[in-house]
Ligand binder design. Structure first.
Ligand code: ADP
Ligand code: MN
Length: 477
C-alpha cells in the first residue's frame, strides 16, 4: 500500500471518529479577525510551533556534534520543522532539556476496545468518557506523520479535547504538506513562508494594534528583502501621523549570507562607523532597515518622489505603497513609455539625482530601471537602504555606476538628449572631471575619493552638513 493511500485511509478513519470541528486555515493572510489568542486552537498551534523550533534547535546541536571538526559536513536541514529564513536564533535560544528518554514516563494508557466500552457494571467507561477520550486523543497524536513531533503528551498524562485534537491533527497534515511543498520548491516562497515566526509575530502585532488593517500578500521576494502589501489602519502614535491607505512592508531578511557582500556600503559609512564593529549580525540587518528609513526621510524632505516612512520596527520597515489597489507601480524596466514620457522621465531623474546629491547628500548606489517606479505620470525612487553620502570612501564610484545605468537606459530608450555617463556624473556632482574616456575618468574619481579619505583621517569624523532628519521614532520592544 502506498504511503499516500495509507495516509488518506488514516485521515478518513479519524474523520469518522472525530467529526471535523475546526478547519485550520492555511492562508498567508493576516487580518485583524484571525488573531485570537484566547482560543485553544491558536494556543495549541503556537505551542506546536514552539515545539518545532525546539526540535530544530536540538537537530542543529545533533548536526554540530555529528560533524565535529570534520572538513566535510552533513546538513540536517531537510529534517527541520521550521523552514523560514530564520537561522540566527542563537540570541533567543533557551536551554532545552531532552525529555524524550524520560525513565519516569507513565505507561501508555490502555485503549478502549472495539465494542466501545471497558469494565463491568457500574465501573463501565465508554469511549465518550472525557478522560479516556482525552488520553486516547493524546495517544493518537503519535499517529501523526512520523516526522511530526508531538512531544511527550502520554508521559504527562495529557488529555486533549476532541476539538483541540482535531485542530492539531489538521495542523499536522497541513504542516506536512507545507513541508513537502517547501522541500520541493524552496525558492517559491509565499507570504506565509517568507518570514520567520518572530517576524510574523511583529506583523501580527502591527495588525493587532490597528496600525495595519490587513496584510494582503507578498509583492516581491528578493535576495535581501521580502515586500508585502497591506491596507493601512489608524495611527497609534501620539503625533497622530496619518497612515497611508495602502502600505508596503519591507522585511529585511534575517539570513546573513546575502548581506555579507554589502558590508562595503555600511562599514565605511561614517554615520554607522562607531556602531558597526560592536554589533552582532542581527543588529546589522536592523541597521539596513534603519538606513533605508533615514534615507527615505531625507528624500521626502527634499521633495523627491519616494515612499513615505510610516514606521520602523526592528528589521521591518513600513512605508507608503506606490501603486493602487494592491497593484504595485511598474518598474521603469517593465513599463512601455511613449517617447514623450520617456523624455520627461529622463529629465525628472536628472533633477532627482541632482537633488539627491546636493540637498540630501546622498548617492543612491543602486540606481537603475529596476529601482524606479512609474506612477502617477512620474518616476519614484525606491530601495535606498544601500545609499551612502558622497563622501563615503566609494561614494563617487557608486555615483558613476548609477550614472552609467541611467545614461544607458535612456540612450537605449531613444532619448537623444540623454547625457552620457561622464556628463551626467558632472551634471549631478558639479565635480567637472575633464577626462574624456572612461579609464581616466574613473582614475580621477578614485583620486578624489583618496583625497577625501586623507582629509577625514587628518581632521577626524566628518560632520554632516545636513540638519537632523526629523525621523519618525524607531520602536523597539
Ligand atoms: P530589493 O530590491 O532589495 O528586494 P526593493 O526595495 O527594491 O527591495 O523592493 C522590491 C520590490 O518591491 C520593488 O521592485 C517593488 O516592485 C516593490 N516595492 C518595494 N517598495 C515598494 C513600495 N513602497 N510601493 C510599491 N512597491 C514597492
Ligand atoms: Mn530593488
Amino acid at each position: 500500500m502506498s504511503e499516500q493511500l495509507a495516509k488518506e485511509l488514516q485521515l478518513e478513519e479519524e474523520n469518522a471518529a472525530f467529526p471535523e470541528v475546526v478547519a485550520v486555515a492555511e492562508g498567508p493572510f493576516i487580518t485583524g479577525e484571525n488573531i485570537d489568542t484566547s482560543s485553544d486552537l491558536m494556543l495549541a498551534q503556537m505551542l506546536q510551533m514552539e515545539f518545532d523550533r525546539e526540535y530544530d534547535a536540538q537537530l542543529r546541536r545533533e548536526e554540530k556534534k555529528f560533524n565535529g571538526d570534520s572538513k566535510v559536513s552533513i546538513s540536517f536541514e531537510n529534517y527541520r520543522k521550521v523552514h523560514p529564513f530564520d537561522s540566527d536564533s542563537s540570541e533567543d535560544e533557551v536551554d532545552w532539556q531532552d525529555t524524550r528518554h524520560d525513565p519516569y514516563r507513565a505507561d501508555k494508557p490502555t485503549t478502549t476496545p472495539k465494542k466501545g466500552f471497558i469494565g463491568k457494571g457500574k465501573d463501565i467507561t465508554t469511549k465518550h468518557d472525557e478522560v479516556v477520550c482525552g488520553r486516547k486523543n493524546t495517544a493518537r497524536m503519535e499517529n501523526f506523520a512520523p516526522e511530526f513531533q508531538v512531544g511527550d503528551g502520554i508521559g504527562m498524562d495529557l488529555k486533549l479535547s476532541n476539538q483541540v485534537f482535531n485542530a492539531l491533527k489538521q495542523h499536522a497534515y497541513s504542516e506536512e504538506r507545507r513541508s513537502a511543498r517547501l522541500h520541493e520548491k524552496k525558492e517559491h516562497s509565499t507570504a506565509e513562508k517568507a518570514v520567520d515566526p518572530k517576524t510574523r509575530l511583529l506583523l501580527y502585532k502591527m495588525v493587532n494594534a490597528g496600525m495595519l488593517e490587513t496584510i494582503t500578500g507578498c509583492i516581491s521576494t528578493g535576495k535581501e528583502s521580502v515586500v508585502f502589501h497591506a491596507y493601512g489602519g489608524k495611527s497609534t502614535n501620539e503625533d497622530d501621523k496619518v497612515i497611508p491607505p495602502e502600505c508596503a512592508i519591507k522585511v529585511f531578511k534575517t539570513t546573513l549570507n546575502e548581506f555579507k557582500n554589502r558590508d562595503k556600503y555600511i562599514k565605511d559609512d561614517y554615520r554607522f562607523k562607531d556602531r558597526f564593529s560592536k554589533l552582532n549580525p542581527r543588529k546589522i540587518i536592523r541597521m539596513w532597515a534603519e538606513k533605508e528609513m533615514h534615507n527615505l526621510t531625507r528624500m521626502q524632505n527634499a521633495g523627491i518622489p519616494c515612499p513615505q516612512v510610516v514606521i520602523l520596527k526592528k528589521h521591518v520597515l513600513v512605508m507608503s505603497f506606490i501603486g493602487q489597489d494592491q497593484v504595485p507601480a511598474p518598474k521603469l524596466k517593465d513599463v512601455k513609455l511613449s517617447s514623450e514620457d520617456m523624455k520627461k522621465a529622463y529629465y525628472q531623474i536628472l533633477n532627482m539625482m541632482q537633488r539627491l546629491y546636493k540637498e540630501c547628500s546622498l548617492v543612491h548606489a543602486d540606481l537603475s530601471e529596476y529601482n524606479m517606479l512609474w506612477h502617477d505620470g512620474k518616476v519614484w525612487l525606491i530601495d535606498v537602504s544601500q545609499s551612502v553620502e558622497p563622501t563615503h570612501p566609494h561614494g563617487l564610484e557608486f555615483l558613476f555606476r548609477d550614472c552609467r545605468n541611467v545614461s544607458q537606459f535612456f540612450q537605449k530608450g531613444g532619448v537623444t538628449e540623454a547625457l552620457n555617463e561622464r556628463e551626467l556624473f558632472n551634471a549631478v556632482s558639479d565635480l567637472n572631471i575633464a577626462a574624456d574616456n572612461e579609464v581616466d575618468f574613473q582614475a580621477e574619481i578614485e583620486a578624489l575619493e583618496k583625497v577625501n579619505e586623507d582629509h577625514v583621517q587628518k581632521h577626524g569624523k566628518k560632520v554632516s552638513a545636513f540638519p537632523s532628519d526629523g525621523d519618525p521614532p524607531i520602536y523597539d520592544e
